[in-house]
Design a protein around this ligand. Sequence first.
Ligand code: KIV
Ligand code: ZN
Length: 512
Amino acid sequence: MADKLIIFDTTLRDGEQSPGASMTKDEKIRIAKQLERMKVDVIEAGFAAASPGDFESIKAIASIIKDSTICSLSRANDRDIARAAEALQAAQRKRIHTFIATSPLHMEKKLRMTPDQVLEQAIQAVRYARNFTDDVEFSPEDGSRSDMDFLCRVLEAVIKEGATTINFADTVGYAVPELYGNMLKSLRERIPNSDKAVWSVHCHNDLGMAVANSLAGVMIGGARQIECTINGLGERAGNTALEEIVMAVRTRKDYFDLQLGIDISQIVPASKLVSQITGFAVQPNKAVVGANAFAHASGIHQDGILKARDTYEIMRAEDVGWSANKLVLGKLSGRNAFKQRLEELGISLESETEVNAAFARFKELADRKSEIFDEDILALVSDEEYAHNNDAFHYVSLSQRSETGELPYAKVVFTSEGKEVACEGNGNGPVDAIVNAIDSKVQSGAELLLFSVNAITTGTQSQGEVTMRLSKAGRIVNGVGADPDIVVASAKAYLSALNKLQSKTEKLNPQI
Ligand code: KIV
Ligand code: ZN
């Protein structure tokens, strides 16, 4: 029987560490639900001690998610570990993941600790974490630049203390596949109790080799857990991409011969959700989840595909969740059909009031757009959740004028703490005019870091989805808005970002 490969998703922790990707509690819950739907084995839900916001998110996810193990990161100290344990209390299956740096550079310059002190702290941390759960993961941070003899001492000692997973971290993306795989192999051979733990890989993508390094860690090094993120989101150049790992192991089962528990039909919905929430667009030529991943432009390829699909296709788009813009609902569709489609898409709105509100928005949209696709419904529900949870500002209406030779003008009406506010502004373009109009009342003092607009489906009738990333006093937030009119979508995105800047519960600082 083939070995199981454990998929450990860290989109909500390491992924969130990428600048600008910070998420609200509700957004994290939505992603966690999608990860559970996709059947990932372990969800690293955050870093409990990093902020009250992170703590609350982990706590909520731990009480909602039933099928995946929920994990919190913690530094190797009692306070962090106790905080992780507290956040994880309600989880059906919980893991504490503790780490400390082991490379000479990190120990000397960052921690200012001797190797013996690091060894002692690692032992203490695992011993303490075992008081709260039997499932304890230990990571030697910057492991791939650490001394092998020292790593052997530390890892043997933490396994003896009860660490059940050892995660060999390539923190700075320095590894190359063969060397990384061989380091792991050598660790497992040299450490006498190595068979008492599951070995894991955690690779960053600074040299574009995170997926290759992870797979070498599995094939050469014998790792049976891969840490990864949706769309490869993560610090700097990102982490190992979950979708690439899963599809590589599945498509080349002849070589890898490993079992996976993942429901691959949920891969594209997960990719879209993470991209929509974080505002990190997926490059079109990205493997598996990029818009062009299954597009054949050359005549020779198209001819081959028509004759036999497998001439140029090693995976099927529909298997990983690409749907061909299926027309699902229209103006005449009733509430029941709408509710059923929500269920089919795996969306569970909390109450009938929420379903009614989403249905009212659907009807409004159907009046303006004759064909409603799954993507429209997802955007609409996402708008609904934003509107529901961030109550400072709500979009009401907009009028806007642009003409060659004239300064663009916008009038925006929105509610602020329940009261209607009307404002006007000019700008060098329609979006600038909207932002200036809103800012004449809100005076946000925020800087716009990113503006992007994407068509949700094909065709000129498509809704535009706008992402705006704002920065203020060290905080970076993303706002998203969708509408068939991209100027309206921009106003909604701006108000959504302002709502997040106002939110007190959101995390104030990046994790580490
Ligand atoms: O990259 C890294 O070293 C990490 C550890 C905390 C596992 O994310
Ligand atoms: Zn990392």
